[in-house]
Design a protein around this ligand. Sequence first.
Ligand SMILES: O=C[C@H](O)COP(=O)(O)O
Length: 313
Amino acid sequence: MADVTADDGALRRFLHGLPGVDKVGLEARATALGTRSIKTTAKAYAIDLAVSMIDLTTLEGADTPGKVRALCAKGIHPDPTDRTVPKVAAICVYPDMVATAKEALAGSGIHVASVATAFPAGRAALPVKLADVRDAVAAGADEIDMVIDRGAFLAGRYRSVFEEIKAVKEACARPEGGAAHLKVIFETGELQTYDNVRRVSWLAMLAGADFIKTSTGKVAVNATPPVTLLMLEAVRDFHAATGVQIGVKPAGGIRTTKDALKYLVMVNETLGGPWLTPDWFRFGASSLLNDLLMQRQKLSTGRYSGPDYVTVD
Ligand SMILES: O=C[C@H](O)COP(=O)(O)O
């Protein structure tokens, strides 16, 4: 693929040259994939897969070290009475909680993800955003979830967004070698059109995103099936054009097993097996795990357990 990022004009021409999104077709595809039925054995497998793909999240101003430690314990053993339940993929916290989470998760293999770049609004000068990222990486973050500057994107300043993502990617490097993985959050609920979602997906992937993520969970409209499907298709097309595999993370408002399974069907149908692992697909969610545990219990015993079975966050 030619270097479409060589200068401002080339980048703009490329992004505006992407095919326009057929809104009706996209929404119909997302609805159709959401109505596929899943057989009981496949459902049990899919529930455990979904658990293993969760970035178990707490992003509240009132977060305390105790709350973060409790969340980490839950991520390691989601059901203390049943050690066959898999662990989650990551615990997602603000940068000042990274060290606490890192310590609580030591030896578990669960990653610490941290939001950065003045999450959730993304409104700060670049040096402040980069300091935020370096702080989280120095504290031990394995993954950085940055937010893009939606104002710049909507004003058509694509180069600025591109350069910011590149700079954040560089700030993810650890002095001792290696780097935190970079997830780029679009806040799709603020991007106004599906065409913008397709453009920003390509922009982020060209700039070096390891993952593209829908939302912060902090605005009115968060992850939706059509937007996620559009991003999965962009990842498929980027892979076909460059050979580079990029991960996808819908986040915000995904609370039920039914919804999670719809997303897994979309991944399977759009990208296939290579993406059906926690390395390449995640759910950003604070309460989805509880519903997955309840449905898992229902599948194995035929009934829902009592209200004390899962911890209520
Ligand atoms: O990235 C994760 C989201 O902030 C979680 O949103 P949620 O509380 O709606 O699950």
